[in-house]
Design a protein around this ligand. Structure first.
Ligand SMILES: Nc1ncnc2c1ncn2[C@@H]1O[C@H](COP(=O)(O)OP(=O)(O)OP(=O)(O)O)[C@@H](O)[C@H]1O
Ligand SMILES: [Mg+2]
Length: 411
């Protein structure tokens, strides 16, 4: 089973390349489902047929699905939403407004991703190709399970116990709606589903992200940011696809300047993403819609490569032994030290890059150690962990001296 996610800035050609990859995979004999989580469904336009919210057969081995967000919302969120609505009505918010308030932006896409889990578990396909919403949306949606996990694992069990204890009292005293067991049940189910989705999407043997770009300044900047954030959340990029490259046979002087601009941007793309493979697709002389042209697009992008294989083994987070301590290394390219901060609290490590945060629960080996420092090695952030030296013990002379000095000062 393989899952390929395609993402990139709006309009770069994500849907087209996802569809082309699916056609190629199906024609190589893999049972392939291409699905879109983007509410602006254009998969149907790409294949030039109507596509609904259940997998529809397009040609042998190829199915397509445009997830109906509303439908998935009903299935996963209704009970939780009903409770919110009750709560808001109680607080005096009109029902209509309450309905609107409980539609959290991006939530529909999270529910769309639960389909990934359903399809992986069904075993009905060898290959899932996911056409994601543009960059920022996808990122938020990819980080949501982690955020939600944090909440659910820490607060939820306590809350549930409290609610159990106070429900009989509170219901006598006020009309405040107290969440019933079915609400907690629904939240737990949702949590389990999202956890499973995250497991699948961060499993290096199963899932890869392919970044689609155009040789344009802003598109590249955004892709670099996306690449960093994906690394931060443990998702693996196995290829960057540069779409709409002007082909050599375009000799019209009008495009001469454009070709120079593009070749400069192509150089930047190579500097930015290598050793991740960089694939190219030229700007065709027509819109690439319908299976025949999509097949041509697949040949253009992948050439002799097997589009379904893992094209590059990326390794965003690693732990290795160094001396008496350990180094936790995280792939965070394009980040300068000023953009980020790191701090340790209990068994957790908080890493912030720009506005994105990661709350990493430390691996067992690192839990009893302290952070000694952090430095960049190429595009990896290396965080050094060491054992707290016992009094009188020397493992690293420098901090030891400092310790003694502090002790002298203190005492
Ligand atoms: N290399 C190419 N040559 C010619 N036309 C292309 C090429 N790549 C994409 N197109 C065309 O550009 C249009 C937009 O592409 P597509 O819908 O795949 O972009 P997208 O990134 O999915 O956009 P959105 O962000 O809106 O979802 C489509 O009509 C598609 O056929
Ligand atoms: Mg699209």
């Amino acid at each position: 089973m393989r899952v390929l996610l395609f993402t990139g800035k709006g309009g770069v050609g994500k849907t087209t390349i996802a569809a082309a990859t699916a056609v190629r995979s199906a024609r190589a004999g893999k049972r392939t489902l291409v699905m879109s989580t983007d509410p602006a469904h254009s998969l149907g336009d790409s294949f030039e047929i109507e596509i609904g919210s259940e997998p529809a057969l397009i040609e042998p081995n190829l199915w397509a699905e445009q997830i109906d967000a509303q439908d998935r919302l009903e299935g996963n969120w209704r009970e939780i939403q009903d409770y919110f609505i009750q709560l808001m009505n109680w607080a005096g918010t009109e029902t209509i407004q309450a309905e609107e308030l409980t539609v959290i932006p991006g939530l529909d896409e999270i529910f769309a991703l639960i389909d990934v889990k359903t399809h992986v578990e069904s075993g009905a396909y060898d290959m899932l190709v996911v056409d994601c919403a543009p960059t920022a949306e996808t990122l938020r949606l990819l980080s949501l399970p982690e955020v939600m996990n944090w909440y659910i694992e820490r607060i939820f069990p306590v809350e549930r116990r409290v609610v159990k204890a106070v429900r009989p009292i509170v219901s006598k005293m006020t009309t405040l709606p107290i969440a019933g067991d079915q609400v907690f049940g629904a939240i737990e189910r949702l949590h389990r589903n999202l956890e499973a989705v995250k497991q699948i999407l961060t499993d290096e043997k199963v899932s890869s992200v392919r970044l689609v770009v155009n040789p344009e300044k802003m598109v590249i900047s955004e892709a670099r940011r996306t690449y960093t954030y994906l690394g931060l959340f443990g998702y693996r990029v196995d290829a960057v696809i540069v779409n709409r490259v002007l082909p050599p046979d375009v000799t019209d002087p009008y495009f001469g300047k454009w070709k120079d601009i593009q070749s400069e941007h192509l150089a930047t793309i190579h500097e930015s993403f290598e050793p991740v493979p960089i694939l190219e697709a030229r700007l065709f002389d027509r819109e690439m819609v319908g299976v025949t042209l999509l097949d041509e697009m697949g040949d253009e992008v992948y050439g002799d490569l097997d589009a379904t294989s893992v094209l590059y083994r990326d390794d965003p987070i690693r732990v290795r032994k160094k001396g008496t301590g350990y180094i936790l290394s995280m792939r965070l390219p394009f980040v300068s030290r000023d953009d980020m901060d790191i701090h340790r609290r209990g068994e957790e490590l908080f890493v912030r890059v720009g506005s994105y945060k990661r709350n990493l629960v430390l691996p067992q080996t690192l839990k009893r150690m302290t952070v000694r420092g952090a430095a960049f090695e190429g595009d990896h952030l290396e965080i050094a962990f060491g054992r707290e030296p016992r009094p009188g013990e020397t493992d690293d002379p420098a901090p030891q001296r400092k310790k003694r000095k502090e002790r002298r000062r203190d005492g």
